[in-house]
Design a protein around this ligand. Structure first.
Ligand SMILES: [Zn+2]
Length: 369
């Protein structure tokens, strides 16, 4: 492999060839730095791993994250991260983290979106996740989801066993930066990008991606990166270390709630923070809004019903099919019903799903695992 990198603290500049999650000198965020930036795309791969020449990995672990669509929703161009396997941008991070860290027992502290994604990915690849939770800082809905997808829960216990993984991991940045790669590859006419910002790690990662492309490509056109935070909330600190210019804007909670309604009417149940980019783009009437995540319902395994038996029987011929093809072949149920069952069956592992490119479009396919 031609790719060579090391780890560097974004705050104090401490460098090391070995993976460490936090700077031993100042406690700052570590990031991956490549000796040389290149731009090489495997256009046949419908996941973030189409950029594997620009990503770190030991053993690629993927559930089909990335290559999310750009859609116009009520005159606002959006990048729908809700289309990732767990409905969140964090899947990009989970994929890169688990492709680099080969421990079977991991432990993590609860962070919205990220923890569900990490636990879901870990379980899908036979790993166990222990989630440490502050009971006053989690929605009951997320708690139940974590437990449904097989994570072990502990309350306020920092001392349990397992390899610690946090959202602020250098591999998180590598996963999230692929959003900028996808935007650059698609070359939309808009050059302003509105990104939801809380900790600021997502905005930082996207700016890092653009910085790397800029170093690799002479024809690079500058983008305007806008971190969108909620009014009255402090601006993210990390962005002052970015090598690429980032602007900070604020929206009111009312504007965010209105945007959530807009998005919900189009079938996207975005969480409040996920809608901040959309809210700002709507106010300004330009650019691309990153919609970072939506609520997704996970199903617990129940007794196998008739539809599930028929789907299993159909797929036992080994052919991979889209939901549409399964609907056509069974010819007895509604498309929506088939889709619902397929998603539930893949959540509890009785069918597997993957993505394929069909006529340039990313489509989901199902098969028996
Ligand atoms: Zn440091």
């Amino acid at each position: 492999m031609s790719k060579v990198y090391y780890f560097k603290c974004i705050k104090c500049g401490y460098e090391t060839p070995r993976y460490i999650a936090k700077c031993p000198k100042c406690g700052g965020q570590m990031q991956v730095v490549y000796f040389r930036n290149a731009w090489k795309v495997d256009s046949k791969n419908p996941t973030i791993w189409r950029y594997k020449e620009m990503l770190p990995f030991r053993n690629i672990i993927t559930l089909g994250e990335g290559l999310t669509p750009l859609r116009k929703i009520n005159e606002v161009k959006t990048k729908l991260e809700t289309r990732n396997p767990t409905g969140s941008y964090a899947d990009r991070a989970s994929s890169v983290i688990l492709s680099n860290i080969e421990y079977n027992d991991i432990k993590t502290s609860y962070v919205e979106d990220f923890t569900i994604s990490l636990a879901y990915y870990a379980r899908s690849f036979g790993k166990r996740t222990l989630v440490n939770i502050d009971p006053e800082n989690i929605s009951p809905e997320d708690l139940l989801t974590l437990s449904k997808i097989g994570a072990r829960i502990e309350f306020n216990n920092e001392n349990s066993k397992g390899f610690p993984i946090s959202y602020e991991d250098p591999f998180t940045i590598e996963g999230l930066k692929t959003i900028s790669f996808e935007l650059y590859e698609k070359m939309p006419k808009e050059d302003k990008i509105y990104i939801p910002a809380e900790s600021g790690l997502l905005v930082y990662s996207i700016s890092k991606g653009f910085y790397e492309i800029k170093n690799a490509m002479e024809d690079f056109r500058e983008y305007e990166i806008v971190a969108v935070k909620l009014r009255k909330v402090q601006g993210p600190k990390i962005i002052k270390f970015a090598r690429y210019k980032i602007k900070v804007c604020s929206v009111s909670f009312q504007e965010v709630l209105e945007s959530m309604i807009d998005l919900a009417k189009k079938g996207i149940s975005a969480k409040p923070l996920a809608a901040t980019g959309y809210a700002m783009a709507k106010v300004n009437g330009d650019g691309i809004a990153i919609v970072t995540g939506a609520r997704k319902r996970y199903t617990i395994k129940a007794k196998k019903g008739k539809i599930e038996e028929e789907i299993t029987k159909l797929l036992s011929d080994g052919r991979k099919r889209t939901a549409y093809e399964i609907w056509q072949d069974l010819n007895a149920y509604s498309l929506k019903g088939i889709y619902k069952y397929l998603e539930a069956m893949s959540d509890y592992g009785s069918v597997c799903r993957d993505y394929e490119l069909k006529g340039g479009r990313k489509v989901k396919i199902y098969f028996l695992c």
